[in-house]
Structures are given as C-alpha cells and as structure tokens.
Design a protein around this ligand. Structure first.
Ligand code: ADP
Length: 228
C-alpha cells in the first residue's frame, strides 16, 4: 500500500472573479521511504499541495489517503490529531522555540501528544545520527542556520511520522550548508525508511531526490511529462 495517495486533488481559493485554481486534479502515489521533490516556481501551487497533504487546509475536491485513511474530510480537531501523529514539518525558517534547548525542541511534538511516551534512547540515537547530541543543551540562537535546520529535521523525525513535509528547507542557507542539510534529509530517509516530500524552486536541490515531480499553474506531473 502507498503511504500517500492523492486522487484528483483540487483546491480553489476565492469566489467569482477572484477565483484561483491553485491545484488542479493532482494525482500522486508515494511509497514508504521515498524522498520526493516537487519542483515549481513561485505561485505554482507547492504550498497549497503541502498544506492539503499536511492537514492544514481542506481540498475543494478530490481525496487524500495517508496510510489508506481518507483525510480529506476531517474536521478541524481531527486534522490536528492527524497532523500530530502522522506528519512532520520542516520549514524554511526552522520554527524552533527560542526558549527551549535542542533536546526539548526535538521532543516537543511528542510531549504534545498525550498518548505518547518519550523514548529517550531513540531521541539520543537520532541526535547522535544528526550530529547534535553534544549540542543538546544549546539554545537555537547559539547554533548556525544549518545546525538549526538539523534540529528541525530531528524534531520532524522524533515521532516517526508517516510523512515529512519540507517546504523550501534550505531557502535560508548558503550552498555548502544546503548540500549538508539535503544530505541529512537523504540519509534520514534511507536510514529510517522515512517518506519525505520536499517542495522547492531549486532544480539542483531537487536532483538529490529519488523522484522529481513538477508543478506548474496547479498542474502536477512527472518530470519530463508533457501536457496531454
Ligand atoms: P507556491 O507555494 O508554489 O508559491 P501557492 O500554493 O502558495 O504557490 O499558490 C498557488 C496559487 O494560489 C497562487 O496563484 C496564489 O496566489 C494562490 N493562493 C494561495 N493561497 C491563497 C489564498 N489563501 N487565497 C487566495 N489565493 C491563494
């Protein structure tokens, strides 16, 4: 079974003259462990796609199946629970909590979920793998941009989500740090059999992924595929 399947996923913002077809019948199937890039220019529909798959917004039409469960019609509270259990997010601006140290930032999503216990050994192995164990007591403002993004990746991995959604994760980083962070995403994907969907406008970054899809004017297609 695919970890993610979208069927004719469509999002229309606004009404009447202000109507925007942001996502137009997107069909995608993703297997567990795949590291996928969705490549598109600004305004092409990348964030719309991530927001729908991550349960931050609901589609106008179409379905989203995560581990076989249709999440497209969940109510607000159900969406929140779904996000906590099944999705890890990595953003361009890291979005770490400045008042928490590295360790506490990483376990934060787990501590929100009352049904889950923190597995200290797993968190330790994760932080060690990502080169952060000796930085565990540091605060975000004591770390470089690349280190902060590694913390955000560790946090996304912490509760073993079905899917990690990464939105321009290297947008704020120089090219050397970018390769390092993409390397961390790639090795995490392999080591933990972690599905990752990354959206980017950067062709070179996308090349590091197992599979590239392109999005243009809300239409998602395989790289190289033409209009039909
Ligand atoms: P990207 O992430 O690729 O830059 P978006 O998914 O943000 O693209 O946007 C796709 C299209 O939908 C754009 O034309 C954008 O202006 C429009 N859009 C996005 N969010 C909204 C919204 N909340 N209301 C109206 N239009 C929106």
């Amino acid at each position: 079974m695919e970890i993610l399947k979208t069927v004719n996923l469509t999002k229309i913002y606004g009404y009447g003259e202000n109507k925007v077809l942001a996502l137009n019948k997107a069909n995608l199937e993703v297997k567990q462990g795949e590291f996928i890039a969705i490549l598109g220019t600004s305004g092409s529909g990348k964030s719309t796609f991530l927001n729908l798959v991550g349960g931050l917004d609901t589609p106008t039409k179409g379905e989203i199946f995560v581990k076989g469960k249709d999440i497209s019609k969940l109510k607000k509270e159900e969406q929140t629970i779904f996000r906590r259990r099944y999705i890890g997010f990595v953003f361009q601006n890291y979005s770490l909590m400045p008042v928490l140290n590295v360790y506490d930032n990483v376990v934060l999503p787990i501590s929100f979920d009352k049904g889950q216990r923190i597995n200290h050994e797993y968190i330790k192995s994760l932080l060690t793998e990502l080169g952060l164990w000796d930085k565990r007591k540091k605060y975000p403002n004591e770390l470089s941009g690349g280190q902060q993004q590694r913390v955000a990746i560790a946090r996304a991995l912490a509760n073993k989500p079905a899917i990690i959604l990464a939105d321009e994760p290297t947008g704020n980083l120089d090219s050397k740090t970018t390769s390092e962070v993409i390397g961390v995403l790639k090795s995490s994907s392999h080591k933990y059999n972690q599905t990752i969907i990354m959206v980017t406008h950067n062709e070179i970054i996308a090349q590091a992924c197992d599979r590239i899809l392109r999005i243009e004017d809300g239409i998602l297609r395989k790289a190289g595929e033409q209009d039909v």
